[in-house]
Structures are given as structure tokens and as C-alpha cells.
Design a protein around this ligand. Sequence first.
Ligand code: HEM
Length: 428
Amino acid sequence: MNQWLDERLHISRLNDKFLRKAFPVHHSFFLGEITLFSLIILILSGILLTFAYEPSNQLVGEDQIPAAYASVLKINAMPFGDMLRRIHHWTANIMVGAAVVHMFRIYFSGAFKKPREINWWIGVLLLVFTIITAVTGYSLPYDNYAFTTLKVISGILASLPWIGEWAAQAAFAGKFPGPGLIPRMYGYHIMLLPAILLATTAVHMLIMIKQKHTQPGYAKKIAYKKIVGVPLLTQQTILMGMLFTLLLGVILLFSAFIPVHPVEFYGPPSNNTPPIKPDWYLLWVFGILAIVPATWEFHLLGGTFNAEFIGGILIPTLFIVLLFAVPMLDRSKENAYYAESPTEHPKRLAWGIAVIALLIVWSFAGYKPELITSGILTNSNANGVLWTLTFVVPIVSYFATLGIVRGIKRLRELDEIEDREFQASADD
Ligand code: HEM
């Protein structure tokens, strides 16, 4: 059989070139794999959901509710229907979470350095597209929550200077909320964006295979500048199978016990605006929007730059540009072989911690209304306090990290000196 296949498909060549490829074993490398497996589970659970979901916002039935909303109520009532929605929802959250932590592991271990800059840029694109896919998914149940969220997003797009109205109508199939709204969101969510994600992930993987992983630190001691790891067939495949099963188990546990967004509670779209809050990964944008005052508005060459544009588009875009610029941090001409320990590069570590602190502060600002109603902040001081935190917390985090890392380094040096002195006195 083997020979029969080999004569036709040259399997043994594939075996030598690819299946025997050595994979380094280190727990931090599982993060990319968790992201990849989540994408697979999302696609499979998404396909099952499409069998019962109705992609239309036309009003149907006696109650005259949107067909999409009615079909989600029907899915909830089907055996395992609610469970399937939960699996899809929790996997999406795990995918975004794993991608974010994966990005930080790449950043903190210096794996973005030459020759892996292109894969860093592709990774940033993957993260952005993953988040857009999640947002379009949220719109599909077309309950009052989804409707309000879509209205906010269409308003943000319309705030683009010069081309805003046109862009919003192009993205949302005409004037909001037109009859083409849900069919358009459905097209993005089940075709365009998954196609982009799959193609981009394939390129990400091919580049990773071509360039090979950065090697974990222990590999340096085993065989310097040699690839140390286990072959894809069979050890790595077994490890991946175990990781996949574990991930599936965690997703099933989450889905069995933690319900998702209650569409019945929000009801179909109406004129009552419910309090909305995005998922954790977009809370930072929500926070920026909350603290940019409505008075921030200026005009240039006939275009208007208003607060919605500055908070919802300009600052988040600058943040993404900053992520793209990360590989520029390193100007060395040498290829990087080994993952570095984060503390070896205190400034890089401190910058990373400062950025995480900034994201936490902005996410906290997303709770501005609650902070005001609970009396912690007032209408008049909220923006001032939150802007102060925006600058102070990252700066303090930066210097505190530098201080801690340098302190630990100094302690280690003192320990070494003490050990040497002790050894010398023992020898005497
Ligand atoms: C969102 C979807 C993503 C998927 C499915 C994915 C998948 C993977 C996988 C499976 C690996 C190999 C295992 C590992 O090193 O963890 C990998 C490596 C890598 N990824 Fe991603 N990734 C994604 C997002 C990102 C992001 C957001 C970045 C950075 C901005 C990134 C940058 C890289 C780099 C530079 C490598 C090579 C690491 C090395 O050689 O040590 N990826 N990715």
C-alpha cells in the first residue's frame, strides 16, 4: 500500500521534508496551537449553526419579529441548540484570549525578531480579523443588544472624515437598518472573514514551518544552533491530539455551566436603548470612546474629525500601527535562534507591561457610567481622573517593572559573589 501510494504521490518525500520536522517542546508554544484549534472548532460549530439560523431581518410570524431573531429562539429551544451556541461563543472568547496571550509570548520572548517579522505582521492582521469576525457574529441574533451595537458601529464608521456616510452604507448594505443588513453581516461572518482567516492562518503556518520555531532556551545547552525537538509524526501529533482534547473538554465544561448572552432578555430590536458593553477584548475601545469629550472636534479641508472618530477609529488605529511597528524595535542583522527570557531585556519587558497597564486602564474606563452611578466618580471629575490614570498608570508600571527586574538582577549578582566568596573560604 505504502509503495502504491509512494509511486503516485511521493509520500516518502513528504515524510522526509515535513512529517519528520522537529517541533520544540515548550508549554508556551501551545498558545498558537490553542488559537489554531479554536479556529477549527469555531468553523465546525458554526457550520452546524447555519443549518438552523435564518440570515434575514425581515419581520415574520404573528409577533412580527426579525427572522434571524426568531431562528435563534428556535435554536435555543432545540435539543443541544443552546449548547451549540454556547460552544461557538466560548470558543470565540478562548480564541481571542489565546491569540492575545500568544502575541505577548512572541513579544516578551523576542520571537518577532529577524527573520520572523513578516509572521508578526501577519499575526497582527490575524488578531484584527479574529476580533472583527467575533463582532459580526454578535450581530447575527439580531436582538435589541445586537441592533444597538450595530447602530453604534455604523455611527462610528459614519464618523470617518469625508467618506463616512459612504463607508457606513457600503459596509451595512445601505441606510441603517436596511433590509440587507443581516444578510450582509452573515456574508461577512460565514464567508468573507473565515476565508480571510483561513488563508492568513495558512500563510502564517507555512512561514513558521519554513523559518522554524525559535528554540526554547534549554535547546541551547543540548546542541548549539541545532534544531532540538520531537518529530511531527508521531510525538508532536500525539501532543497536539492531547492538547486538542483538553481544549475541547474545557470548552464543553464552560458551555455546560455558563450561559451566553440571553437574547430573550433583550428582545427584538426596539426604540429602547439597552445598556450595552462589548466583550472584554473591545472594552478598551469602549473606554476610549467614553473618555474622549464630545467637544473634541475639528475641521480640515471640508472633513470633520469628531470625538467618535478620534475615540472609535483614530486612537485604536494608532494602537494597531504601534503593534505593526514592534519588529522595528530590533535592528540586529543576525537571525534570532532562541526564545529569550523576558527579564534579559528589561526595557522591552517594561514597555510590554506599560501597554498592558494602558489597556487595563482603558477597559476600566469602559465602566465609566457604573463608576458614576456607584458614586466612585462624578460627572464632573470622571474624565479628568480617567485621563490622569491613562498617563500615570502605564508610566508607573514601566518604571516599577524596570526597578523590579534590575533589583532581582542585583540580588542574583550579590548571591553569586557570596557563593564565590564562600567557595573560596571553603577551599582555603
Ligand atoms: C489569531 C490567530 C493566530 C493563529 C491561529 C496563530 C497560530 C500560530 C501557531 C500554531 C504557531 C506555532 C506555535 C507557537 O509558536 O505558538 C505560531 C507562531 C508564531 N506566531 Fe502566531 N497565530 C495567530 C496570531 C498571531 C499573532 C497575533 C501574532 C503576533 C502579532 C503572531 C505571531 C507569530 C510568530 C512571530 C510566530 C513564530 C514564533 C516562534 O518561532 O517562536 N501570531 N502562530
